[in-house]
Design a protein around this ligand. Structure first.
Ligand code: PGA
Length: 252
């Protein structure tokens, strides 16, 4: 049985005082022992997240990592630096980075490799745009994105990764994928992984992301191939994020 994982993605939001309050309300919550919980904060707040969350059972991490180890790469943050602040996870290949920063499938795969090299679990984001879905290209797009990762990491290393299916048209739009749409892509992604390694496919956690909120979390978290959620907007509101976490805890 795959343990559910609920991850908050703060994106470029937060401030010291506000973070303190939000983090406090997270780890003081009870009844969530059956799920894994994490928050991905802007890099400058990693020390704050570590200070408040260490020893609470909650995990924290980053939203991106350099595809280089270290050196003259102004503005980049190395995986080893994320680890210095206790990061357990980092997303790679979020659509906001693929689109705004032109990250290719190969760059995203290298970022996942850098994270793995230091023992940080990469959460690899995949997903199609609205026009790709309308053209019936969802499977070919996510297959290409997944293949780049498996090619570089190798099938067995995929056991140390997490996937996040995030249809681009559902991110920040309030319009989540339907349960049928999510389950269909998740099952298909697991099937793709299974063509390389059946055992890894059975263990691989595939999160859904894109307008997850308390009102749709119960249905989404109950789907057989949805192993948790990557939550943007709702992760900034304690009551909403915790309600999503409880929805996952109930089906676990
Ligand atoms: P959203 O963002 O929950 O605000 O749609 C999800 C994400 O981008 O990870």
């Amino acid at each position: 049985m795959r343990r559910k994982l609920i991850v908050g993605n703060w994106k470029m939001q937060g401030a010291l005082a506000q973070n303190q309050e939000l983090l406090n309300s997270f780890f003081t919550e009870r009844g969530l022992l059956s799920v894994d919980l994490a928050v991905l904060v802007p890099a400058p707040y990693l020390a704050q997240a570590q200070g408040q969350l260490q020893g609470t059972g909650w995990f924290w991490g980053a939203q991106d990592v350099s595809d280089e180890v270290r050196g003259a790469f102004t503005g980049e943050v190395a995986a080893s630096m994320l680890l210095d602040f206790g990061s357990k996870f980092t997303t790679v290949g979020h659509s906001e980075r693929r689109q705004r920063h032109g990250e290719s499938d190969q760059v995203v795969a290298r970022k996942a490799q850098r994270a793995l090299d230091v023992g940080i679990t990469p959460i690899v984001c995949l997903g199609e745009s609205l026009s790709e879905r309308e053209r019936g290209e969802t499977r070919s797009v996510v297959r290409r994105q997944l293949a780049a990762i498996i090619d570089l990491l190798g099938a067995s290393a995929m056991a140390q990764t997490v996937l996040a299916y995030e249809p681009v048209w559902a991110i920040g739009t309030g319009r989540s994928a339907t349960a049928e749409q999510a389950q269909e892509v998740h099952a298909w992604l697991r099937g793709q992984m299974g063509e390389h390694d059946d055992e890894v496919a059975g263990k691989l956690r595939i999160l859904y992301g894109g307008s997850v909120k308390p009102s749709n979390a119960v249905e989404l978290m109950a789907l057989p191939d949805v192993d948790g959620a990557l939550v943007g907007g709702a992760s900034l509101v304690a009551s909403e994020f915790l309600a999503i976490a409880h929805a996952a805890a109930r089906v676990n």
